[in-house]
Design a protein around this ligand. Sequence first.
Ligand code: LMR
Length: 397
Amino acid sequence: MFSQLQPVATDPILGLMAAYQQDPNPNKIDLGVGVYKDEQGHTAVLKCVKKAEALRLAKEDSKTYIGMAGDMNFNQHIEKLAFGNDHPALLAGRLTTAHTPGGTGALRVAAEFIKRANPAATIWVTTPTWANHISLFQAAGLQVKEYSYYDYSSKELLEEQMFAELAHVQPGDVVLVHACCHNPSGLDLTFAQWQRFTALAKERGFTPLVDMAYQGFGVGLDEDAAGLRHLAAAVPELILCSSCSKNFGLYRERIGACTLLAEHSKAAETARSVLLSVVRSIYSMPPAHGAIIVGAILDSSELTGLWHQELAEMRNRINDYRQLIVDKFKAEGIAQDFGFITRQHGMFSFLGINKAQIDRLRDEFSIYMVGSSRVSIAGLNHSNIDYFAKSVATVLK
Ligand code: LMR
């Protein structure tokens, strides 16, 4: 049976990680995968996580199963974090959450849930979108279509095109929208564009699926969720897939959540039963560790304060480097305008350079970025930014 298989190309993002690790060049720079790194180029465990883990070690007295929806304390916290403590949908009991193995797990659960609710649904994703979105939804048997989003020449939103295309989406279809820190472009919707999106969702009757993998990495925890909160106050149904990989630095613990917003609390109960049956048929129950750590942080005002501080440090460092890239490029005599990088948010931006230049940066200078020219800005630090700017200037000549 195995002899029938054809080899599959390595994932464009995770493949880069392996190539980088094998590169012996001491000057190599990893701008590939979306993982936060500090000034030392290290992805450290957050202090608030270390403290919560110590608490857990002392307190944990059982390894019994936690149930299909996962950790209830985490689920309550994550709903409040995403929607805010007083959101009408939360107060009306219209939300229901299952904690999942990472944001990817949340998306897969959402995809299977959509298939149960409407097997004929098409899911619409932005052009471009996260490299894994399309294959993930297709693997679940959904039809995927794309809508215009990023204008590679102006570096702005293709707003009129986007809304014209979404005006043809059928009721019962699903439209994926990135809550903040759009992956891969860093270009987010303004609040006015969220309002326009909300009005269209109501008018057309499609279901929004909000992917929120970077809450707190853009402008702030509340600011990054403002579009989601506005949308959720207006539409009857919505799916939210969130992740604690980046904002809690819990990447390998695989902790995320799939939250459903239903029309009323009774409908939320029914939706929950389907959600849990989806979970049972895929992985039965999620792993507990990450959820318990996040829950312990959010249970404690001291640890929450520390987390806010550490999250702000990560966000500010990335934003400082957004400006530094532009300044260093100028200092290297690059004439092209890279000012758009400072107007974008989160881990990523496209440099907007061509394939030959990307290949040259990797082969001659050991600088690794995704083939779309997406760079993960957190890979830069004071020891490598000059080398990076010089190398880019060389390939742009
Ligand atoms: C990324 O886009 O680099 C991250 O979301 C990591 C991943 O799994 O692709």
